[in-house]
Design a binder for this molecule. Structure first.
Ligand code: PMT
Length: 401
C-alpha cells in the first residue's frame, strides 16, 4: 500500500502515454496521492481530463497556469513528492535533465526535487540505441537517477526491437518497492562481481562454469532497494538489470579484474560473488582448432585472484567473498577468509539441493573473522542477499561507533 505517499507521474509525448493511464489507476488503487504533470506533447496523445478523472487531482500542463493554491506549483510538488516517475520517458526529457535544462513544468519539477526519480524510457529502437541517448542515460544513472529497462517487441512504428514501455504492473511494482523499502544502506556504495567468466580456447570455444549470475544480481537488487549506489561487474548472464543498478559487462577473468581495479576505490563495500575461472589457456588459437589426434592437451595458466588482490589494497572497505564447495565446506571457506583477507565469507555447499549454481534459492553459512558462523535454512536468493547486507551493515556500524 502507498497510503500517505505522494507519487508525481510525469507523462511525456509518446504513443505509450496511453499505458500510463493504467499506471496511474494502479497507483490510486494502492492509495497513493497521484499528481500528474504532462508535457505539451503528451497532451496530444492523451487528454489531461483522462488523467484528472483517474488521479482525482488537477493535472498540470503549463508552468504559467493560475496556481490553485499559494504555492509555486513546481516547487510544492517537487518537495511533496516521495517519488517521481517519468513514463514514457522520451529521448527529449532524458536529454533535457541530463544537460540541466528546465524549461517546462516536468523538467523544472525534476530539477527542483530531492525525491528519487524513476525514468521509464519508451521510444523507437534506433532512437533508444542512439549513443547520445545511451550517454545521457549513463550520465543520469551515475548521478543516482533510476532507469527501468525497456522491453523488446513490436513497436507502434512497426519495427521490432528494444524500446517498449514495460507493463504497467511492473512499473508500479518497482515504484512501490522503492517508496516502501527501508533505506538503511543510503549513501553506501556497493561493488559486486557476478556471473561466470569465459576463457577463450579458440574463436568458437571457451572454458566457463554454471554460474547464472542470480546470486550476485539478487544482492545488487536488494542493496539498491535499500538505498545503496550499486555497480555490478558481470560476466555473461541472461538476467535483467536490477532497478537503479549500473552493470559493466565483461567476459574473461582478466577483464573482470581490470574493471574491478578501475572501480573499487570509489566503493565502500566489495562483494565477490562471481565464479571466476582460476585458469585460462596459455595460448589461445586465433583459428578454430581442428579435430586431429585422439587426445588434445590444452595448457592452462593461472588467472589473477580478484578477491585476493582486493584483500591487499582494501583499506577500510568491507570485503565479502563467497566459497562454492563440494566438500569440507567450513575448513575450505575459513582458509579463503584468511588467505584473501576477507571480512566475511559466504559458504555454500553447491552439492545440496536448492543451493549454489543456477537455482533461485541458496543455503548459506556466513563466517565471520572472529570464527562466528551464522547458519541459515534454505532461502530465496533475494532473502540471502538481505541477510548478507544485514551483516555488512552490522560490520560498518561496529567500525563507525
Ligand atoms: O550465479 P549463480 O548461478 O546464482 O550461482 C551462485 C554461486 C554458486 C556462483 C555463488 O553462490 C558462489 O558461490 N560464488 C563464488 C564462486 C567461486 O568461484 O567460489 P571460489 O570458492 O572458487 O572463490 C572464492 C572467492 O574468490 C569468491 O568470492 C570468488 O568470487 C573469488 N575469486 C575466485 C577466483 C578468482 N580468480 N578471483 C576471485 O575473485
Amino acid at each position: 500500500m502507498l497510503e500517505g505517499k505522494t507519487v508525481v507521474v510525469g507523462v511525456c509525448g509518446g504513443i505509450a502515454a496511453y499505458k500510463v493511464v493504467e499506471v496511474v489507476s494502479r497507483l490510486k488503487k494502492l492509495n497513493a496521492d497521484v499528481n500528474v504533470i504532462m508535457t505539451e506533447n503528451a497532451a496530444k496523445f492523451v487528454t489531461p481530463l483522462t488523467f484528472r478523472s483517474i488521479a482525482h487531482n488537477p493535472v498540470i500542463t503549463d508552468m504559467f497556469d493560475e496556481p490553485k493554491e499559494w504555492d509555486i506549483q513546481h516547487i510544492s510538488l517537487a518537495t511533496k513528492a516521495d517519488v517521481i516517475v517519468v513514463a514514457p520517458a522520451t529521448a527529449n526529457i532524458i536529454g533535457k535533465v541530463a544537460n540541466g535544462i528546465a524549461d517546462d513544468m516536468l523538467s523544472t519539477t525534476i530539477m527542483a526535487s530531492k525525491a528519487p526519480v524513476v525514468f521509464v524510457p519508451a521510444m523507437n529502437t534506433n532512437m533508444y540505441e542512439n549513443p547520445i541517448v545511451q550517454d545521457n542515460i549513463k550520465k543520469l544513472s551515475e548521478r543516482g537517477y533510476i532507469f527501468l529497462e525497456t522491453e523488446t517487441g513490436r513497436m507502434a512504428c512497426g519495427t521490432v526491437g528494444r524500446g517498449r514501455l514495460p507493463e504497467p504492473s511492473a512499473i508500479v511494482e518497482s515504484v512501490s518497492e522503492l517508496v516502501c523499502s527501508k533505506c538503511d544502506l543510503k549513501d553506501l556504495k556497493v561493488l559486486i562481481t557476478a556471473g561466470p567468466t569465459q576463457e577463450p580456447i579458440d574463436p568458437v570455444r571457451f572454458i566457463s562454469n554454471k554460474s547464472s549470475g542470480k546470486m550476485g544480481y539478487a544482492i545488487a537488487a536488494q542493496a539498491s532497494k535499500r538505498g545503496a549506489k550499486v555497480k555490478i561487474i558481470s560476466g555473461p548472464v541472461n538476467l535483467k538489470t536490477p532497478c537503479g543498478v549500473e552493470v559493466i559487462g565483461v567476459k574473461t577473468a582478466h577483464e573482470m579484474f581490470s574493471e574491478v581495479m578501475k572501480s573499487y576505490e570509489d566503493f565502500d563495500v566489495l562483494i565477490m560473488v562471481a565464479a571466476v575461472a582460476d585458469y585460462k589457456c596459455a595460448n589461445t588459437s586465433d583459428k578454430k582448432i581442428k579435430k586431429k589426434d585422439d587426445n588434445l592437451t590444452i595448457e592452462l595458466v593461472k588467472n589473477p585472484d580478484i578477491a585476493k588482490e582486493l584483500g591487499k589494497v582494501k583499506g577500510n572497505r568491507i570485503l565479502v567473498g563467497f566459497s562454492a564447495e563440494t566438500n569440507d565446506l567450513i575448513n575450505n571457506a575459513c582458509e579463503k577468509l584468511t588467505s584473501k583477507n576477507l571480512d566475511l565469507i559466504i559458504a555454500n555447499d553447491v552439492t545440496q539441493e536448492g543451493a549454489g549454481f543456477e537455482t533461485d534459492t541458496n543455503i548459506i553459512k556466513i563466517i565471520k573473522r572472529d570464527g562466528n558462523i551464522l547458519d541459515f535454512p534454505i532461502m530465496s536468493k533475494t532473502e540471502v542477499g538481505d541477510r548478507i547486507l544485514d551483516e555488512v551493515l552490522a560490520l560498518l556500524r561496529k567500525d563507525y561507533y
